[in-house]
Design a protein around this ligand. Structure first.
Ligand code: PNS
Length: 161
């Protein structure tokens, strides 16, 4: 059984994440999408909301499950016997930090990282930009799954009151 984890903050999931997840899902028997629980950084969405939005986004992918983790990613991988981390690469600017993390994770626990280059049509997407645009009433409907778009619109309406 080939297993991999696709970790991230996913605050919220974008079409860029869905692109990487759905392509990685074709390469492994089981892919776990793992949301980082970061007590030091409050996001726009709670970890539970992020997981719920991710679950909706991957309903068509039967071998993908959604989970959360705290602490070191390698500890999560070891505990679940997951030997591979999958990360999306949007641009060369992503590479430097991602390479450093991949080398560190390999040194810490012999866990390999597989980089998936994002499709060019989603290479400019980031959760932070999407949040910024949505907060100011911009249209992000083409950039995120529908459920995420609806939630962002709800947040924007509430913050305007
Ligand atoms: O979506 P993000 O914020 O780019 O995801 C980053 C993430 C969650 C993959 C990374 O911060 C991470 O692995 N955090 C867990 C803590 C950890 O293992 N740190 C050491 C990395 S070498």
């Amino acid at each position: 059984m080939r297993r991999a984890v696709c970790p991230g903050s996913f605050d919220p999931v974008t079409n860029g994440h869905v692109d990487v997840i759905s392509r990685a899902a074709t390469l492994y028997d089981e892919l776990v999408v793992a949301v980082l629980v970061n007590p030091g950084k409050a996001g726009l969405f709670t970890v539970e909301e992020r997981m719920e939005l991710l679950r909706e986004a991957v309903t068509d992918l039967p071998n993908v499950t959604v989970d959360s983790f705290s602490g070191l990613l390698v500890d999560y991988c070891r505990a679940r016997e997951i030997p591979v981390i999958v990360k999306g690469l949007r641009a060369v600017s992503d590479f430097e930090y991602e390479l450093q993390m991949a080398q560190m994770n390999r040194e810490l626990a012999a866990i390999e990282t597989l980089f998936v280059p994002t499709a060019p049509q989603v290479g400019h997407l980031s959760s932070s930009l999407v949040k910024q645009i949505a907060t100011f009433g911009g249209d992000v409907s083409r950039l995120v799954p529908k459920a995420v778009n609806d939630r962002l619109a709800e947040h924007a309406r509430r913050s305007q009151k």
